[in-house]
Design a protein around this ligand. Structure first.
Ligand SMILES: N[C@@H](CCC(=O)N[C@@H](CS)C(=O)NCC(=O)O)C(=O)O
Length: 227
């Protein structure tokens, strides 16, 4: 992690990066999303932005040649990062909940506090049991085969749900569908074969992939990930 100077220095550096981005994109009042063109976490945030249909700018970040600015605005030096005037946010699920609260239509988190808490619990489960393995797959290191197996086993456990309902939380598309969709889109790309027992899960995936917000959110590099 990059060690920044004293507090004043780091916050003025953040302001400079934010101002430069606004200037170069002519996006003074818009949300700016720093997004990896192939990154599943950035993909989640792009889906929410397009589902909401509001004004925003996506700033493409090449992860193989990452600009130094990312370390300035995110101490963990990762994408996605959302900049909304003075607010700088990182972590895809935190960014997405902010966008959902700021632009409530269509609402992606359940309105009821108990259902919302359950949704957050499931978002956490996805991170622990599915997305924790993404780094190994992205890097293609020796943990990749184990990662494929873990993801395959866990996804297959979800499959029966979709014989009874259209989406993760019931009949409505929600933040949980957003969170898992980038992984479902990348199954071929990551070399994960779910076999014949995943018919209802794949039908569910196609239901998400056919949404206009999902289609619009795909980068050219993501479009070619799936045949
Ligand atoms: N938990 C984070 C994960 C973000 C993450 O891991 N981003 C990766 C891309 S897959 C990244 O920016 N890595 C830095 C790098 O590759 O240099 C989130 O949900 O936003």
């Amino acid at each position: 992690m990059q060690v920044l100077g004293h507090r004043e220095d780091s916050s003025s550096r953040v302001r400079r990066v934010v101002r430069d981005a606004e200037y170069s994109w002519g996006a003074h009042t818009m949300m700016n999303l720093y997004s990896g063109t192939t990154d599943p976490f950035s993909h989640r945030c792009r889906i929410v932005l397009y589902e909401k249909g509001m004004d925003f700018q996506v700033i493409d970040v090449d992860l193989y040649n990452k600009p130094e600015d990312i370390a300035v605005i995110n101490p963990y030096n990762r994408v996605p990062v959302l900049v909304d005037r003075d607010l700088v946010l990182y972590e895809s699920n935190i960014i997405n909940e902010y966008i959902d609260e700021r632009f409530p239509h269509p609402q992606l988190m359940p309105p009821d506090p108990i259902m919302r808490a359950r949704a957050r619990q499931l978002l956490h489960t996805f991170e622990q049991e599915l997305f924790a393995h993404v780094e190994a797959l992205e890097k293609g290191n020796k943990a990749a085969e184990k990662a494929r197996q873990q993801i395959r086993d866990r996804l297959l456990e979800f499959s029966p749900i979709f014989t009874k309902q259209k989406f993760m939380l019931g009949e409505e598309f929600s933040m949980l569908d957003v969170a898992v969709a980038p992984l479902l889109w990348r199954l071929d790309h990551y070399g994960i074969d779910l076999g014949k027992n995943a018919a209802s899960l794949m039908k569910y995936a196609e239901r998400i992939f056919s949404r206009q917000g999902f289609i619009d959110a795909l980068t050219p590099a993501e479009k070619v990930m799936r045949r």
